[in-house]
Design a protein around this ligand. Structure first.
Ligand SMILES: Cc1cc2nc3c(=O)[nH]c(=O)nc-3n(C[C@H](O)[C@H](O)[C@H](O)COP(=O)(O)OP(=O)(O)OC[C@H]3O[C@@H](n4cnc5c(N)ncnc54)[C@H](O)[C@@H]3O)c2cc1C
Length: 379
């Protein structure tokens, strides 16, 4: 791995830094888990997209700068260091888009990606069901063949930001007679405002209303919204899941910036000795994660599959994020318990890190079996 930045990387970094310094809102936007915050974050996505900063690694014809994974990491460092807002389009950008690049048709890419890049169409992920979370292949929502498309039925749950999103992507059982649970699934995109869709918010710990469950009652989806071949949904969906856990969902730039903010908070609170080790761990952890991700990215660019290492990365960032926020709230004392601010909101989000994108218990099993070669556990 050669970490020496090229002259082009440095001018790219300088350009990104200057743009962010001129555009990042001076007052933080309201939480994107609320209706007002969602609208404000959409407007921010449009502002980013107007100067082609919303999806830098994508090809130029669909709104990006075609600048590759390496510069995407550079951009992310600058983005989070500048204190820029969380990304409302993340599900679409980090999960659906890579799937469409690998498995979508040219027509799907040119229709779906530009409005996603501009925040005009925000996507929700509709994979989980009440009895199909970790064991996703046991999902029961169905897609039934009709003239020109499919009728969707069933229930999806735990869908982040679905209360305000526009469209969703998910897996549906299209062949109930397939011999194995992973077979006979089809990957489809659908409209959250189509007839037959009911979106019901699920209460969150902090009372914010964006998290939702979806009820689908004969929802028509045209053939052009099937991703890949019908029946091949599992293989197609799994090729994107590694991306989510391993590289694109949590860029190291986010944690480098968060660790610096934690160190600043610690100094502001008079450098209390009890938190000294934890603040040092946070600073070291962020840099270690940064190096690990750079290494993973360079191997990925050289053609390697990330596979089970994505699971290791996922366990690391989710536990790291939680420890960092717990330290921050402790430093804030009772102010932290009662605060409405970024640390308190970040803490609630961090609590869910070991669960979403595949629980850490499952990720540890994957690491044990596929990376360490340990025997399969009894389930
Ligand atoms: C904040 C948040 C956001 C989310 N966003 C989305 C979203 O946008 N879209 C979406 O589709 N889903 C989303 N999810 C759902 C998430 O992916 C699931 O919650 C997760 O996969 C676990 O599934 P489950 O909740 O059904 O738990 P279960 O699968 O029922 O698991 C319950 C517990 O048992 C453990 N367990 C289960 N099976 C095994 C096993 N074989 N070995 C060891 N331990 C096991 C699990 O690790 C867990 O601790 C979100 C969840 C959260 C909390």
């Amino acid at each position: 791995m050669d970490l020496t930045p090229s002259p082009g990387d440095e001018s790219f970094r300088a350009e990104a830094r200057a743009w962010l310094a001129a555009h990042v809102p001076r007052t933080p936007l309201p939480s994107l888990e609320t209706a007002a915050g969602f609208a404000a974050h959409r407007a921010w996505e449009a502002e980013l997209a107007a100067d082609r900063w919303s999806v830098v690694s994508w090809p130029a014809e669909v709104g990006g700068r075609d600048c590759g994974l390496g510069r995407w990491l550079v951009f992310e460092e600058e983005y989070w260091a500048a204190g820029a807002p969380g990304r409302v389009g993340q599900n679409g950008v980090s999960l659906l888009a890579p799937t469409l690049f690998d498995h979508g048709t040219p027509e799907q890419r040119s229709r779906v990606l530009p409005p996603m890049a501009r925040g005009e169409v925000v996507w929700a992920q509709a994979w989980s069901e009440p009895e199909a979370g970790s064991d996703l292949a046991s999902l029961r929502s169905r897609a039934v063949r009709v003239a020109g498309g499919w009728l969707l039925g069933g229930q999806k749950t735990w869908s982040s930001r679905a209360a305000f999103a526009d469209r969703a992507f998910g897996l549906f059982r299209s062949d109930p007679d397939a011999p194995r649970a992973h077979q006979g699934l089809t990957y489809l995109m659908f409209d959250l405002r189509a007839p037959g869709v009911t979106v019901r918010p699920i209460g969150r710990l902090d009372g914010k209303p964006a998290f939702a469950e979806l009820f689908l009652d004969d929802v028509f989806v045209p053939d052009e919204d099937v991703i890949g071949a019908p029946g091949e949904g599992w293989r197609i969906a799994m090729s994107a899941a590694g991306n989510e856990r391993g590289l694109t969902l949590r860029s190291p730039g986010r944690y480098l910036a968060a660790a610096d903010r934690l160190a600043a908070l610690w100094r502001r609170q008079g450098c209390p000795a009890y938190a000294h080790d934890r603040v040092a761990d946070a600073l070291i952890g962020a840099r270690a994660y940064h190096l690990f991700t750079q290494e993973a990215a360079s191997r990925f660019l050289a053609g390697a599959e990330l596979g089970a290492e994505s699971s290791m990365n996922k366990v690391f960032w989710s536990e790291y994020d939680l420890a960092l926020h717990e330290t921050a709230l402790e430093l804030l004392n009772e102010e932290g318990e009662l605060a409405e601010g970024a640390w308190a909101e970040g803490y609630v989000f961090a609590l869910a890190g070991p669960v979403y994108a595949g629980t850490n218990e499952i990720q540890r099993d994957i690491v044990a079996e596929r990376l360490l070669g340990l025997p399969k556990g009894r389930r």
